[in-house]
Design a protein around this ligand. Structure first.
Ligand SMILES: [Zn+2]
Length: 260
């Protein structure tokens, strides 16, 4: 992971994604921005009780930091629904929504769109197929892991865009690590098939679960990159729901550049 200064703020980037021409991605730290405690400072979520005007200013700042483009947010609801934005739909103007659509994954082949996922301990998982030039961004909490939303998105990219999972690169962003992913009630919450990823008595390694689901979907293990950064252990860098339930959400975004 690289820590890069963008104007007044810092973002993390994956070297593996920086290798590709015409691809923009970033993981915004919580530093900078305009929000006051407990949402300080770069809160990108309109759904946590922060002042909407302040969140809008933060979103504008994020756009400026990451080279502009159309930033698409979704109303994430810990489900497994996907929103696909095709070039045809985009050209017809159908894809532009005033209200964010409920979805936990975004997929597109349209240059100039930035797919934005907001998290505070959940994973954002970015996907890129460099041959078909298709990107996806997934919100994956423990419910998403149980539902295998990751596998569903890879399948969707294959069926809708003719992608080859063997060509895809994936990046698992800062999120709750095995150090802090304690599920005391796991026998009722976590499906039995994921119990092999238990660490110690009640902790789970969701990074390994995501890697397993990506490889099971056809990705090469060498093309799966995990940040290895735990949000709960780094509350000065990232919002963490487990560190403080009343908090903001940081953003992970990916998109194709215009002209690429
Ligand atoms: Zn931790």
């Amino acid at each position: 992971m690289l820590l890069v200064k963008k104007k007044e703020n810092y973002v993390f980037q994956f070297e593996a994604l920086n290798h590709f021409q015409g691809l923009t991605h970033a993981i915004a730290c919580r530093n900078g921005g305009f929000s006051l405690p407990p949402f300080d400072g770069m809160n990108l979520s309109l759904g946590v009780g922060d002042d909407p005007a302040t969140v809008t200013a933060n979103r504008k700042r994020l756009r400026q930091m990451t080279g502009g483009g159309v930033h698409l947010y979704t109303r994430q609801n810990h489900g497994a629904s996907m929103r696909i934005i095709t070039r045809d739909a985009w050209a017809r103007g159908e894809a532009i929504q005033t209200e964010p659509v409920p979805a936990d994954a975004l997929i597109t082949d349209v240059p100039g769109i930035r797919l934005v996922i907001q998290t505070a301990d959940c994973q954002a998982v970015m996907l890129f197929d460099p041959q078909k030039r298709v990107v996806a961004n997934i919100h994956c909490g423990w419910r998403g892991s149980v539902a295998n939303i990751i596998g569903n998105v890879v399948s969707c990219m294959t069926s809708e865009f003719d992608c080859d999972p063997g060509q895809m690169t994936a990046a698992i962003c800062p999120s709750l690590g095995p150090c802090c992913a304690e599920f005391l009630n796991y026998k009722n919450e976590i499906h039995r098939s994921l119990w092999p990823f238990r660490v110690g008595a009640h902790h789970f390694d969701f990074w390994r679960i995501s890697r397993h689901q990506l490889v099971s979907a056809g990705l090469s293990d060498g093309n799966v990159h995990a940040s290895g950064i735990c949000t709960r252990c780094n509350p000065h860098l990232f919002f963490s729901y487990r560190a403080a339930p009343e908090t903001g959400r940081f953003a992970t975004l990916i998109g194709l550049d215009v002209g690429s």
